[in-house]
Design a binder for this molecule. Structure first.
Ligand code: CUA
Length: 171
C-alpha cells in the first residue's frame, strides 16, 4: 500500500515538473496563433476532462467523511487517550482482535499527533490530539501483537520519546 501511494505521488509530480521545464524552455519564443487542429485538440481535451474528471471527482468524494458512525456495528470499547509533553496515557493497554475500539483522543497541553503503529512500524490509524477538544478515532485491530502509539507532530524537545504500548490479544 505504501508503495502504491509512493508511485501515485511521485509519477504525477514528475509529469508536472517536466511540464514546467517544457514551458520554461519555450519562454522567449514568439507566441504563435493557435491552428485549427490545435484548437480542436484543446477543446477535445477539455471536454474529456469534463466527461471523465468531474464524475470521477464526485465519485471519490461521495464516501466522505470516511468511517461514518452509522457504519460502525456493535458497542465500541472506549479508550481515553491523553497526550502531554512528553507521554501518552491510555485508559487501557490491551484490546482483543476484531473488537471495535473507540479512542477518545485529547491533549493536556499542546497539539500532538496520535498514531498507532503495528509491529512492522506501519501506521494503522491516526488522528490529532488537541487541547480542549476530543477527537474520536475508531479502529478494529485485524492482527494480534504489540502495537505502539507514537507522536506524529513535533511538540518539543522529547517529542521522539512520546510512546505507549497497546497489546492486541487473540480472541
Ligand atoms: Cu507529542 Cu510530538
Amino acid at each position: 500500500m505504501q508503495d502504491i501511494a509512493w508511485y501515485a505521488s511521485i509519477v504525477p509530480m514528475l509529469v508536472i515538473s517536466l511540464s514546467f521545464v517544457f514551458v520554461v524552455s519555450l519562454s522567449g519564443q514568439t507566441a504563435q496563433v493557435e491552428t485549427a487542429a490545435q484548437e480542436r485538440l484543446r477543446k477535445t481535451l477539455f471536454l474529456a476532462f469534463l466527461v471523465v474528471g468531474v464524475p470521477l471527482t464526485a465519485h471519490t468524494l461521495a464516501e466522505l467523511p470516511y468511517g461514518r458512525p452509522e457504519a460502525w456495528a456493535g458497542p465500541a470499547l472506549t479508550i481515553d487517550a491523553v497526550g502531554r509533553q512528553w507521554e501518552w496515557s491510555l485508559s487501557r493497554d490491551s484490546v482483543k482482535v476484531g473488537e471495535p475500539v473507540e479512542f477518545r483522543v485529547t491533549s493536556a497541553d499542546v497539539n500532538h499527533g496520535f498514531a498507532i503503529y503495528d509491529s512492522a512500524m506501519r501506521v494503522v490509524a491516526q488522528t490529532q490530539a488537541m487541547p480542549g477538544y476530543v477527537n474520536v478515532l475508531r479502529h478494529r485491530f485485524a492482527e494480534p501483537g504489540t502495537y505502539r502509539v507514537l507522536c506524529l507532530e513535533y511538540c518539543g524537545l522529547a517529542h521522539h520519546a512520546m510512546a505507549a504500548e497497546l497489546r492486541v490479544l487473540p480472541r
